[in-house]
Write a protein that binds this ligand. Structure first.
Ligand code: ZN
Length: 235
């Protein structure tokens, strides 16, 4: 068999193996599996974030509780002072009342914040529960999908190995230099070897200069397309 024919024969087997590899990568089961895996990962991240938020909330609750306790103490002390030694002037009475008002105002502010945190915490807990339930459901589905896909994958990989083996077999007898050119071109153009079609490159359909065409028809050598770099064979 001539080099060109052998190369084309190998290319056909090589392209078949590549096509199967693409098919494996694009398998709907593989994509569904990946989608669920990404979803589970997202949920895990969300749970982690929620747990961090809860820690922050609990810390803040401690701070607020302590602040309320201190304000109440001050208020009690103020009230005690007012009953033990009632203010003598109207001004003193007003000043004490203003202090008490200010303390009550602060306490009210803290209580409002506390209520808001409790509401947020309840919402957090509700979402957390929701996620846990959904997570468990998807996880069960995912585990089964994984088992199923692994069987499919093993099967497909066996087929791919066989196709690769056949292609490898067909490289026997092809000059090493030619194979090397094939592999280099394949990195940016596929298929790397094309036929001449109506004076054009069978890969990119660029018309070839007449000098090149003459050389090709004279069968001097395999030429490379100046536009796309593919090997053009005169078949
Ligand atoms: Zn071309």
């Amino acid at each position: 068999m001539e080099q060109i024919e052998m190369l084309l024969d190998f290319q056909e087997a090589d392209m078949e193996a590549d096509a199967l590899e693409t098919e494996i990568r694009r398998s709907p089961n593989r994509i569904a599996l990946k989608k669920n895996r990404d979803f589970l990962k997202e949920q895990q991240d969300a749970v982690k974030q929620m747990e961090e938020q809860i820690v922050t909330m609990l810390d803040r609750v401690d701070v607020i509780k302590e602040a309320i306790r201190r304000q109440e103490e001050q208020l009690k002390a103020l009230q005690k002072r007012m009953s033990d030694s009632p203010p003598e002037s109207l001004e003193d009475t007003k000043a004490m009342q203003a202090d008490a008002q200010s303390l009550l105002h602060d306490i009210h502010g803290y209580e409002t914040e506390m209520k808001r945190i409790q509401k947020d915490a309840a919402e957090n807990e509700r979402r957390h529960k929701e996620i846990i339930i959904r997570f468990a459901k998807v996880k069960t589905e995912y585990d089964q999908q994984k088992v199923d896909y692994e069987a499919e994958y093993t099967e497909q990989m066996k087929k791919l190995e066989e196709k690769r083996r056949i292609a490898q077999e067909k490289t026997k007898g092809i000059e090493a230099k030619l194979m090397e050119r094939y592999q280099i071109i394949k990195k940016h153009c596929t298929p790397p070897v094309v036929k001449l079609i109506n004076g054009q490159c069978g890969g990119c359909y660029m018309s070839l200069p007449s000098v090149t065409l003459r050389n090709l028809k004279a069968g001097s050598d395999i030429i490379e397309c100046e536009s796309c770099g593919r090997m053009i064979v005169p078949v």
